[in-house]
Design a protein around this ligand. Sequence first.
Ligand SMILES: [Zn+2]
Length: 88
Amino acid sequence: MILAASLWVLGYGTLALVKPNRSCPRCYGEKVVRKKRGKGMRPCARCHAHGRCRRWGAVRIHRMFWAVAGDQFKGARKADRADREEWA
Ligand SMILES: [Zn+2]
């Protein structure tokens, strides 16, 4: 059970690292949601009409990953900094 849990955490961590975004759970990537009344559509507020949103914990996992692995790629660090600021 503990093994399964740690495997899940590991798998989810990898998934969140490789694919930090997933399609929005409210609009399913459609970027618009149906109004409650009538047939009108409005931009999805959950994903700010991007259709994608951050996987749960993706930002935290990225920070942890770069805190550990960042030291090993000191040469590539400056290039990563701009990337990382997006996650802040
Ligand atoms: Zn959405």
